[in-house]
Design a protein around this ligand. Structure first.
Ligand SMILES: Nc1ncnc2c1ncn2[C@@H]1O[C@H](COP(=O)(O)OP(=O)(O)O)[C@@H](O)[C@H]1O
Ligand SMILES: CC(=O)N[C@@H](CCC(=O)OP(=O)(O)O)C(=O)O
Length: 262
């Protein structure tokens, strides 16, 4: 099977112009087929603040009321997505910006209200992903760039965590490609001590994962990232890495920098 790189870049990188520029240059230089999924939570929060719309998170997921879905649709689907596409074009990468609603690629279900009402947050409808349009783009040498937005099939846009979109696409595309999923953020990998940026754990298996959870070394956004990483590796994805945005290119070769999930 042909290699396919699925790379997720988070909001802290997107919000740092120097880090973003380096990342995009290196992403553009990756040879072969690739897909980029971007976050942008930090930027949506900042623009929401300017508009007087407060951001609330529960377990790393944004509570997305009617005003907030408008903000994230504009910020993720417009501002961030189109700026990334333009910058990739400037780096010689023929990118196309998409949301999960485009070509019906990522249908989702509005998260049912239990103890928490997340509002317009979507859980990916994994069995209904439409992969064929993505294959057509990839075969044409075009690089899809996904905003963290999905849709419910009834005209409603939904807000979906970007780490989840990356793992869902990686799992679905593993039927056709040898998929390598790389989560890029502003740390060098999963850290044994969250206050020591050099304390990178090079390899995490289920046993080490459970130990780290028990030791409470993991918190905030690294929790959904690891959950999605293990979901991917257990469902056909060939390789999953978590590492620094600067190391994206080294992580596409045999020499790995960051945390390998196995
Ligand atoms: N053990 C750990 N190793 C790495 N990051 C950690 C750890 N514990 C907590 N974190 C936090 O998780 C964050 C990554 O999650 P998140 O901000 O959602 O990433 P992204 O920018 O990809 O969206 C890091 O910025 C860090 O603050
Ligand atoms: C439902 C939900 O929480 N969606 C996320 C989507 C953006 C995202 O995932 O951005 P980062 O990767 O930069 O964190 C949010 O609105 O924050």
């Amino acid at each position: 099977m042909i290699d396919l790189f699925i790379i997720k870049v988070g909001g802290n990188v997107i919000d740092n112009p120097a880090l973003l520029q380096t990342f995009l240059e290196k992403f553009a230089a990756i040879p072969g087929k690739k897909i980029l999924i971007h976050g942008g939570g930090k930027i949506a929060t900042r623009i929401g603040d300017k508009l007087g719309i407060e951001s609330k998170y529960v377990d790393g997921r944004r509570i997305t009321d009617a005003d907030t879905i408008d903000v994230v649709t504009m910020v993720y689907g417009g501002l961030v997505n189109k700026q990334l596409v333009a910058k990739l074009q400037a780096n010689g990468c023929n990118a196309i910006g998409l949301t999960g609603a485009d070509a019906n690629i990522i249908p989702a279900v509005k998260r049912p209200v239990k103890e928490i009402d997340y509002g317009f947050v979507g859980d990916v409808y994994t069995e209904k992903l439409h992969i064929a349009p993505l294959q057509t783009l990839l075969e044409a040498g075009v690089t899809p760039v996904f905003a963290p937005l999905t849709h419910d099939g009834n005209g409603q846009i939904l807000n979906t965590n970007a780490d989840t979109i990356a793992s869902s696409l990686a799992i679905a595309l593993s039927a056709f490609y040898s998929v390598r999923l790389i989560y890029c953020f502003e740390k060098k990998g999963v850290l044994r001590d969250p206050n020591d940026d050099e304390a990178v754990i090079n390899l995490i298996n289920q046993e080490i994962y459970q130990q780290l959870l028990a030791e409470k070394v993991l918190s905030d956004g690294i929790l959904p990232k690891l959950q999605n990483a293990f979901g991917a590796i257990g469902n056909g994805v060939k390789e999953v890495l978590i590492g620094h945005a600067d190391d994206v290119l080294s992580n596409t070769t045999a020499k790995v920098a960051g945390t390998l999930i196995c």
